[in-house]
Design a protein around this ligand. Structure first.
Ligand SMILES: Cc1ncc(COP(=O)(O)O)c(C=O)c1O
Length: 487
């Protein structure tokens, strides 16, 4: 079980050098003093990218890395785990992997999740436009389910856009958050499979607890039953999915399943009344390694979830449902890294030396200062040299632009030798970029870094795409300075 009380381990925690071949995560390894992401020498990207076939130019620092093979790997891994447990337990339902696009809506990410066979979950009107683009490119294929979460009241752009999308992609499931969302679906006359979202975010022991939860998402129990009856009465609607999301990054598998138990019981009763119901969607919450001491046992979680489903459904004498998850953080956290140079180390009588990076921690990883969230930080070079405990500072003038985040008890060690020292923040691929915004102008007018998209399809050599960051003129133009000053 996950040791919840232990401190997050965010990097190397010793003064001695990192041994050659030390494996930090399944994809991060120390080799002869450099840090490798699979077989990519990250220090070489910073020091000598000109010599890398397929890049051939200087990328400079800071640099964002988008490493697409990890997205495919995560999707394959979760589907394999469900397939194994389904085979072992004789579970009679199927597993459906959906990608929650709010975690990272970048084109290369959506293209990759769809290419890997994921269903697609969305939450806003522009998401619909993205889906339409993907349909036009043949990537969002007809058998793929599109699940429409989020607020979509009558007359909103999102509600109208969903009706439009339905005419291009039949396999669309609007998940009703609120009774008022049913009217546009009913009056459209289009035949819809529909989902109902239960208000259940957080920990609840029973139905009454769920009703008392202070959450703006989903229907309370009475409205859920009402909505199911309206759906049954509507000639063009069919109740297909029950949606119950209880949290995010839930580190304890027993908690995760226990929190789902009241919704599972409710699903069973709803299924007795509505035989068309066939999918239990637990939404997000699947945890992923944001730090180095992460040890969630996915197999054990899936086994517990499916055995709980079997037990509850047999008690109510209804068939087990198909299971869907909408994997946001799990799909995308680990594919993103952000690399920086240490531009100075400063001893000014503070408890630990300050290492200053050539970018901003708070604008690049907003959850770090806003929520005190931890990410993995490792040097890219000098791993074979002595380390010391340090603090990181961003280049902005903001006192919150620091790492570890202010309330943290986790120590951060980096090499003592800071000459041409580069570091990386890892597990930052979910939510951080979307929260910080793409392009635009940021705190202390720092321009956005170059981005390197790396793919490595099986059997071919790595493919690199460089997306240029912002120039000073871009930033100035965004801020209304029509004619940037020369020079
Ligand atoms: C409805 C819904 N599904 C899925 C997710 C993805 O959650 P996670 O990142 O925990 O997988 C979210 C996140 O907020 C959500 O609101």
């Amino acid at each position: 079980m996950t040791p919840l009380a232990s401190k997050p381990v965010i990097g190397w925690e010793e003064t001695r050098p990192v041994p050659h071949n030390h494996q930090f995560t399944p994809y991060l390894q120390a080799r002869h003093g450099h840090l490798f992401m699979d077989d990519i020498d990250l220090a070489q990207l910073m020091l000598d990218s000109e010599s890398i076939p397929g890049i051939g130019r200087h990328l400079g620092s800071p640099l964002e890395i988008i490493y697409l093979p990890i997205i495919r790997r995560k999707i394959t891994q979760m589907r394999r785990i469900f397939a194994e447990v389904i085979a072992d337990t004789g579970y009679q339902g199927q597993f459906h992997y959906a990608y929650a696009s709010k975690a990272n809506a970048a084109e290369e990410v959506i293209r990759t999740t769809l290419g890997a066979g994921a269903h697609h979950e969305m939450s806003s009107t522009v998401d619909v436009d993205i889906a339409r683009l993907m349909i036009a490119r043949g990537l969002l294929t007809p058998e793929r389910m599109v699940i429409c979460n989020g607020f979509k009241g009558a007359g909103t752009l999102y509600a109208n856009n969903i009706l439009r999308l339905k005419q291009e992609h039949d396999n669309l499931i609007p998940v009703v958050e609120d009774l008022g969302e049913l009217a546009p679906l009913i009056s459209s006359g289009l035949n819809f499979n529909v989902g109902l979202r239960q208000k259940c975010y957080g920990h609840h022991d029973n139905e009454a607890d769920m009703d008392e939860a202070n959450s703006r998402f989903g229907l309370d129990v009475a409205d859920l039953w009402k909505a199911s009856d309206y759906i049954q009465a509507a000639p063009n609607l069919q109740l297909k999915m029950y949606h119950a999301m209880v949290g995010s990054q839930i580190l304890n598998r027993e908690d995760f399943v226990n929190w789902l138990k009241p919704p599972i019981e409710l699903y069973a009763r709803l299924r007795q009344r509505h035989p068309s119901l066939s999918i239990f969607n637990f939404g997000g919450g699947m945890p992923v390694a944001m730090t180095l001491n992460f040890d969630f046992d996915y197999h054990a979680f899936v086994r517990l979830l499916l055995s709980t489903m079997q037990e509850v459904m047999s008690r109510y004498d209804v068939p087990v449902p198909d299971i869907m998850g909408e994997f946001g953080r799990y799909t995308t956290a680990e594919h993103g890294a952000h690399l920086f140079r240490i531009i100075t180390d400063k001893e000014n009588g503070s408890p630990r030396p300050w290492y200053i990076i050539d970018g901003s921690i708070m604008t690049s990883f907003p959850d770090s200062w806003a929520l005190g969230e931890h990410f993995i930080v490792l040097p890219l070079n000098n791993l074979d040299q002595p380390f010391q405990q340090v603090q990181l500072g961003g280049i902005t003038c903001d006192s919150d632009d620091v790492y570890p985040p202010k309330p943290s008890q986790s120590p951060l060690y980096l090499p003592v030798n800071t000459e041409e020292l580069y570091i990386g923040f890892f597990s930052i691929g979910a939510y951080q970029e979307m929260l910080g915004g793409v392009k635009g102008s940021k705190h202390c007018v720092l321009p956005e870094a170059n981005e390197l998209i790396i793919d490595h399809p099986a059997g071919s050599s790595p493919q690199y795409t460089v997306i240029s960051g912002q120039s000073a003129s871009d930033v100035l133009r965004n801020l209304g300075y029509a004619t940037p000053p020369a020079g």
